[in-house]
Write a protein that binds this ligand. Structure first.
Ligand code: T5A
Length: 216
């Protein structure tokens, strides 16, 4: 059985990741490529429960410390990789995932101040160091992302997206440095265009992966 491809969409909140991830799976299905759409944190019942712990802000909860936050993301990822991502890849299906380990590097590492080696070590322990075949980092100006999210969510935010602008500037700067790391196999995508135009850029990047024989 040929192993499937693992494609991750990354970037700041409101960059258009979920929109393009859905389109990508539909595009693959249209080419008779078996593919699943999943997300982080989440993708299994347990990881979705951890997502709620991380992102919802119950009254009286003082928030997680950065180390606890990194551990919770890594635990959710471990469950997701073991139960969903690895089995799908092994069965020859492509996996399109909305966020993965680069988000931990950007949010808990670069912006949260944790040691990058610790994030790598958690990933190696929790998820056998699984890396995507391709990471698409979607880049949009912060003001545009805010405008899109205000339109969609009416100003509501979660525990992480509500952090101050300087935190999100560090997230963006760290994503830019992830792009230079060959382990992530990054293509940068300009998200400041219509949904169709953005998807055309993504399809151009994906096309050679479809034409190449899938890695064994
Ligand atoms: N996190 C996550 C960590 O800190 N560490 C980790 O390890 C991980 C995995 C997850 C949060 O957790 C953090 C990061 C996050 O803060 P989430 O729900 O996955 O939360 O993340 P968000 O990025 O907040 O997801 P969003 O759904 O808000 O953003 P998307 O997916 O980038 O944007 P999307 O596609 O939903 O689009 C937003 C709106 O814009 C419109 C859409 O229709 C939608 O209304 N839109 C466009 N409008 C015009 N032109 C385009 N090209 C458009 N594309 C989309």
């Amino acid at each position: 059985m040929k192993r499937g491809k693992f494609i991750v969409l990354e970037g700041g909140e409101g960059a258009g990741k979920s929109t393009q991830a859905r389109r990508l799976v539909a595009y693959l299905h249209g080419r008779n490529i078996p593919a699943i759409l999943t997300r982080e944190p989440g993708g299994t019942a347990g990881a979705e429960a951890i997502r709620a712990l991380l992102l919802e802000q119950p009254v009286g909860h003082e928030g997680w410390g950065m180390r606890a936050e990194a551990l919770l993301f890594a635990a959710a990822r471990s469950d997701h990789v073991e139960k969903v991502i690895e089995p799908a890849l092994a069965e020859g299906r492509w996996v399109v995932c909305d966020r993965f380990v680069a988000s931990s590097i950007a949010y808990q590492g670069g912006a949260g101040g944790l040691d990058m080696q610790a994030i790598d070590d958690l990933h190696r322990f929790g998820s056998n160091g699984l890396m995507p075949d391709l990471t698409l980092i979607m880049n949009v100006p912060p003001a545009l992302a805010e405008e899109r999210l205000a339109k969609r969510d009416g100003g509501l935010s979660d525990a992480i997206s509500a952090r101050p602008a300087h935190y999100h500037r560090r997230v963006a700067a760290t994503f830019a440095s992830v792009a230079a790391d060959p382990r992530h196999r990054v293509s940068m995508i300009d998200g400041d265009a219509s949904e169709d135009e953005v998807f055309t850029s993504i399809a151009k990047i994906i096309q050679p992966m479809i034409e190449q024989p899938v890695r064994c």
